[in-house]
Write a protein that binds this ligand. Structure first.
Ligand SMILES: [Fe+2]
Length: 401
């Protein structure tokens, strides 16, 4: 079997215009509309307009922003939140949306840019739980300025919305026009990201790269990008967590890894970690990055064992997923051992990260053993390199309690 079947057919989506560099936001004024056209700024509730980065950003550019042109998003966005913002701003002639913040802010800004020209509720367009009405592709032009390196939302064609509770969900609206028109990636905006958020976001990025690399839908372009992104995370995550937190080269490397993870997941899909993170985030108030960071080591171990036990029974389009998993393990230090050895090495290093970064346990978010059957039932195995049993999925969750 080959590592990747080059003959598989695939589609690949377009990229936004990318502006990258330390202090690159000093040039942002060139991307903004002139002549009094109105911009809607979307930023985070935790930091808000008083955050160091936002103040600096505004001061550098000499941009006057009226209070009523700022929307603060607190936590992960809900459909109602987006509908409320759109009801308030729909008739105000907004000509550009700028989202500056973490993944939730970028998702919210993306959803606002898509919904502002429409008269419908966002819920009508939500996959899986809403009416599923197709989006038309019309939107307000949108600039994303990510300030954490995690979800890769700055590169994707979907915006994730959630409603947390017994009947909760985490679902998307989707259209290729939702890919931001421009992204501005400035590592100087990322140096204040605290260590635990850096670790959890970085492990989300790593998981997205790993899962898209091992996805049954991956292709040769995604593989090349994922391999580069994985290398960047392996070389920089520990530095970003520790002494390198002020180093814009380290922060920039993580930001590029995040960007690559976004394009990989958008084109290749994801595996069991994200198949569990969806329902976890719907039923419980657990941040997406924490869920992925807690799940990824055990999930890799379970995937490896399942591949070892049953890979000869799997029809996988001629792709050797054990060999691909071993390729990632070799990035931590290569020699002349077997593929199995390097798969175990990958799992070993992931468990080491989980411990070194003190990734929180699920019990901190009120998740107990009694919730596991519901979570297993709601989990998606789609695009995972091997179909897992309910017992295997439960064992992944059990590890995180
Ligand atoms: Fe993710």
């Amino acid at each position: 079997m080959s590592v990747q079947n080059l003959l598989s057919s695939f589609n690949f989506t377009h990229w936004p215009e990318i502006h990258y560099g330390a202090d690159v936001v000093r040039n942002i004024a060139s991307a903004l509309p002139q002549n009094g056209q109105k911009i809607l700024w979307v930023t985070g509730g935790r930091c808000g307009i008083f955050s160091t980065y936002f103040e600096a950003f505004v001061r550098i550019n000499g941009i006057n922003i009226a209070d009523d042109q700022i929307v603060q998003i607190s936590g992960e966005p809900t459909p109602q939140m987006i509908d409320d913002v759109c009801a308030k701003y729909r008739s105000r002639g907004i000509s550009k949306i700028v989202g500056i913040g973490g993944g939730s802010v970028v998702d919210a800004a993306k959803a606002i840019s898509a919904m502002l020209p429409l008269e419908t509720s966002l819920f009508d367009h939500l996959e899986g739980v809403g009416k599923g009405l197709a989006l038309t592709g019309s939107k307000i032009p949108f600039i994303a300025i990510p300030t954490t390196s995690g979800t890769g939302s700055e590169m994707t064609a979907n915006a994730v919305l959630s409603e947390v509770g017994e009947q909760g969900y985490k679902k998307s609206i989707r259209h290729k026009s939702l890919i931001p028109d421009e992204i501005w990636i400035d590592p100087s905006l990322m140096t204040s990201c605290p260590p635990l958020l850096t670790a959890c976001s970085g492990l989300d990025t790593f998981t997205q790269l790993l899962e898209s690399y091992l996805s049954t839908k991956s292709n040769v372009i995604c593989d090349a990008l994922a391999e580069k992104g994985l290398r960047l995370v392996i070389d920089n995550l520990e530095k970003a967590f520790a002494e390198g937190s002020q180093d814009t080269n380290v922060r920039g490397s993580m930001a590029i890894a995040s960007l690559l993870s976004g394009t990989c997941l958008a084109n290749a899909g994801l595996g069991i970690v994200h198949g569990l993170a969806g329902p976890l985030g719907g039923f419980f108030e657990i941040p997406h990055g924490v869920a992925c960071a807690a799940l990824v080591a055990k999930a890799n171990q379970v995937n490896h064992r399942a591949l070892k036990e049953r890979s000869s029974l799997v029809t996988n389009g001629g792709v050797d997923f054990t060999q691909k998993m071993a390729n990632v393990g070799r990035m931590f230090g290569a020699g002349h051992k077997s593929d199995d050895y390097y798969c175990e090495q990958l799992t070993h290093h992931l468990f080491e990260w989980e411990s070194r970064f003190s990734i929180p346990k699920f019990s901190n978010y009120g998740i107990t053993k009694s919730a596991l059957p519901k979570l297993v039932n709601a989990a998606s195995n789609r695009n995972n390199p091997i179909e897992l049993t309910a017992q295997e999925i439960e064992s992944i969750l059990q590890h995180c309690l």
